[in-house]
Design a protein around this ligand. Structure first.
Ligand code: DQA
Length: 152
């Protein structure tokens, strides 16, 4: 895409996603987080976006990453908060607090899994939620977010 400035987007990965590739591959697939991020960076370029990718196993670090992304000039975020999706009021408040439009993504379809995964504390504030498509959930989330941001 030429003639348009790059849209800055934060990609946030929560706890245990650093283990992708070896963690329950029957649920989460065989791609590593590094591979997933590398693919996303390429996909981002094709929609005129620049990414900052962050993974942390610590709730406070995820909150800090949301604050920092806002200072960096992020216009939106693709968020897989992993287990914190279901528990973190702090992350929900951070996303709402900085007013960063975000798409919630999950590799697995959390609604076909244990009941404790059915509740998301983030979804209410999300532009949209994409789940169940493996690594492709991130790509679809990024595409949706980029077109949402371009239109707004
Ligand atoms: C997950 C689903 C969560 O319930 C789980 O805790 C994860 C990964 C997913 O991408 O499918 O760690 O967010």
């Amino acid at each position: 895409m030429s003639g348009q400035s790059l849209i800055r987007i934060l990609v946030l990965h929560g706890p245990n996603l650093n283990l992708l590739g070896m963690r329950e591959p029957e649920i989460y697939g065989s791609a590593t987080l590094e591979e997933l991020d590398a693919q996303l960076v390429v996909q981002a370029r094709s929609v005129g976006a620049e990414l900052q990718t962050v993974q942390s196993n610590h709730e406070g670090e995820l909150v800090d990453a949301v604050h920092s992304a806002a200072l960096w000039g992020a216009r939106g975020a693709v968020v897989n908060a992993a287990a914190y999706t279901h528990t973190s009021i702090a992350l929900r408040d951070a996303l709402a607090g900085v007013g960063l439009p975000f798409v919630e993504v999950h590799l697995s379809n959390v609604h076909s899994r244990e009941p404790f995964r059915h509740r998301s504390l983030l979804a209410e504030h999300a532009v949209g939620v994409i789940q169940g498509f493996g690594a492709d959930s991130y790509r679809l989330g990024l595409l949706g977010l980029a077109s949402y941001l371009r239109a707004s």
